[in-house]
Structures are given as C-alpha cells and as structure tokens.
Design a protein around this ligand. Structure first.
Ligand SMILES: [Ca+2]
Ligand SMILES: [Ca+2]
Ligand SMILES: [Ca+2]
Ligand SMILES: [Ca+2]
Length: 229
C-alpha cells in the first residue's frame, strides 16, 4: 500500500512470499492504514513493513519469516490487543502465545485469542460469525476475539458452527451435517460433539456409541467384558 489510508478488516493474509525490499503480509509506504481483526501469518519476507504510520488492533501476527513488524521509523506504529509472536516493544494488550490455529486459519477451542480483543466496529468475522461472548472463556478485555476468526460454538455441543453444516448428512468432522443451533441434532440424548468424537452419526439416532463396562476381578488372571449395545 502506498500513499493511502485504507481500513483493512477481517483479512486473512497468509503464506505469501515477498522478495528483497518487500513484505509478504502488508507493505505500508507513505500512508496511515488501520488494520483491524486481521490474521497475518506464515508469510515469508516479513509480516508487516511500516515506512511511517500504521494502527494495528485485534490482529494476529504469527509465524512470519524475517519479522512480524518492521518499523522503518519515520512515523508511528500503534498496536493494541494483538497476538504477536515475539511481542512488540510498545502497545496495549499484546499477548505472545501460540494462537492455536485450526482448519482454515480459524481459532482452536483453547486459543488464547478467544475473548482477548478490544470492542470495535468489526461486528462479524470473515465467515459471518457474529462476535460473541464465549461462555467457556473468561473475557480478558472484551468478548471480541483477536484475528479474522471468531471462535463460535453457538449451541455449546463441542462443534464450532462452521463444522455444523445443517445438511443432515455426516461427511467428516469438518462437514458434520448437524445443526449449529441444536446441541443434539438427532434427539438421542447424546450431544453432536460427543457423537463426532465417538464416530457415530450426529444426524441418526440409530447410531450411538456402545456402553462398555470392563471389570477386573481380584484373582488377577481373568477378566470380564460386558457390552450393552
Ligand atoms: Ca468472542
Ligand atoms: Ca468463525
Ligand atoms: Ca455447535
Ligand atoms: Ca445426538
């Protein structure tokens, strides 16, 4: 970006390559861009190059080769509530923990970026998930997540909304066919996430995990296996 003041939101800028004098993520020259809720990761040739000014808020900068932020020093680099590998010399609310990405550069369930960003005008994430207060995480700052993705499991069944595709047909753990607003899609008393973990179909009440009881007698040389289907 040259001589411009754009606002970038919910951008996933990953795995790009830049050569000498560039930046694989964002190259800012003679401008003052604002970068909010973006994920900039695993680019080569640097994450963000700043000639003069930039404002970075609720962003992940992780795994970029050469540097995460390079400040040429002719202006100001303001950073807030972001996860930056190796940290940054000044700023507010900066964390340095592995963001624990999962499929599609989304946040995994144990990501430190969940509920650790600041409230801003980016009310939905890159795939349309509304920013929300995850009941499984204590708010570090607000209920906004850091990065382009909002971790969201609306029905609390252990499967993020994006995995629950509402088709009624289970394909795999990233296309479960179950409902993102019904924790037990087939009404068999077993949560969708538990069914996927147990490799049963969350859309079919006929498939339930076996109830297995193993008892060990005290004589130590025989044992009994009881399977209640
Ligand atoms: Ca959140
Ligand atoms: Ca999401
Ligand atoms: Ca769910
Ligand atoms: Ca079920």
């Amino acid at each position: 970006m040259g001589c411009a003041d754009p606002v970038l939101v919910n951008c996933v800028i990953v795995s790009n390559t830049a050569y000498e004098g560039g930046a694989g993520g964002i190259y800012s020259y003679l401008g003052s861009p604002s970068v909010r809720n973006c994920t900039i990761a695993y680019n080569s040739g640097g994450g963000v190059y700043v000639f003069d000014n930039i404002f970075i808020q609720n962003c992940i900068l992780w795994g970029d080769a050469d540097w995460e932020i390079y400040d040429e020093g002719y202006g100001g680099v303001a950073v807030e509530y972001s996860d930056i590998q190796g940290g940054w010399t000044n700023g507010t609310g900066i964390i340095t923990n592995d963001p624990l990405f999962t499929t599609g550069w989304r946040l995994g369930p144990q990501s430190p970026c969940i509920d650790a960003g600041a409230t801003n005008s980016v009310f939905a994430d890159w795939e349309g998930d509304l920013r929300w207060d995850d009941p499984g995480h204590t708010n570090t700052v607000s209920h906004w997540d850091i990065g382009a993705d909002e971790y969201r499991d609306s029905d609390g069944d252990g499967l993020e909304d994006w995995r629950e595709t509402s088709t009624g047909i289970y394909v795999n753990s990233t296309n479960t066919g179950s409902s993102p607003t019904d924790a037990d899609s087939d009404d068999d008393g077993i949560a969708d996430g538990t069914e996927v973990s147990n490799r049963t179909d969350p859309n079919n009440s006929d498939t339930t995990p076996p109830n297995v009881t193993i008892s060990f007698p005290t004589n130590n040389w025989q044992w009994t296996l009881i399977w209640i289907p």
